[in-house]
Design a protein around this ligand. Structure first.
Ligand code: PEP
Length: 244
């Protein structure tokens, strides 16, 4: 049985004062029925981990594939773990678009995360042009295979399906479209990893908010959500956690 996961991605938002939202979230949901993960900017990982004290998991938003080295501005999986992170998002579409990250790079980052015992939250998703062209499942199949390491298990890996056109736009796929992609991902993972694949959680991400969370979570093979904008405020994210 896969436990549901509500994951928040703060992106390039949040200052030290924003940690009061984490305190408020924990106070309002001391015993959530699902796992809860927050991924703040790297500057806040350590402080958020201290505030969370294990009551919500804390993750990075990216990591380098190397352990150390001459990579100015980058952060390694080891550094995130050292700062108190237990998870790291890799392959977010904003990283793929803004930093030219390929599936092979994302796979290497996920492997680097695993080497530090971090759970890799691997993001995949089609663009609007790809959906309009009818190639969604082809794109998802390619990204899923290319970005997921061979050693992926339900313990070290989470997959987030995030249609690029749904991120931050207020638009979401229909529930049938979400189910089609999630059923496809589940079948691909089962085919590649067998019983281990069946344990890998599949999150939906893209304009999840309190008003649509319950119906999305009730959709076939949706094991939770990766939430951007609505994870910044305890009231919104708490309502999404409550819908799981
Ligand atoms: C995201 O960036 O992972 C995301 C899902 O953003 P939003 O919820 O704001 O669409």
């Amino acid at each position: 049985m896969r436990k549901k996961l509500a994951a928040g991605n703060w992106k390039m938002n949040g200052l030290a004062a924003s940690l009061s939202e984490v305190e408020a979230l924990i106070a309002a949901h001391p015993n959530p029925a699902c796992d809860v993960l927050l991924c703040p900017p790297a500057t806040l990982v350590s402080a958020m981990a201290a505030v969370a004290a294990g009551r919500v998991a804390v993750g990075g938003q990216d990591c380098h594939m190397e352990l150390t080295g001459a990579h100015t501005g980058d952060i390694s999986a080891q550094m995130l773990a050292d700062a108190g992170a237990s998870h790291v998002i890799v392959g977010h579409s904003e990283r793929r678009a803004d930093h030219g990250e390929s599936d092979a790079m994302i796979r290497a980052k996920a492997e680097a995360a695993r080497a530090q015992s971090l759970v890799a939250v691997i993001c995949i998703g089609e663009t609007e042009a790809e959906r309009d062209a009818g190639t969604t499942l082809e794109v998802i199949g390619r990204q899923l295979f290319g970005s997921t390491p061979d050693g992926a298990t339900g313990v070290n890996t989470v997959i987030a399906y995030e249609p690029v056109w749904a991120i931050g736009t207020g638009r979401t796929p229909t529930l049938e479209q979400i189910a089609e992609v999630h059923d496809f991902m589940r079948s691909e993972l089962n085919g590649r990893f067998g019983s281990e694949g069946a344990q890998i959680r599949l999150l939906y991400g893209g304009s999840v908010k309190p008003s649509n969370a319950a119906e999305i979570f009730a959709t076939s093979n949706v094991d939770g959500a990766l939430v951007g904008g609505a994870s910044l405020k305890a009231a919104d994210f708490g309502a999404i956690i409550g819908a799981l």
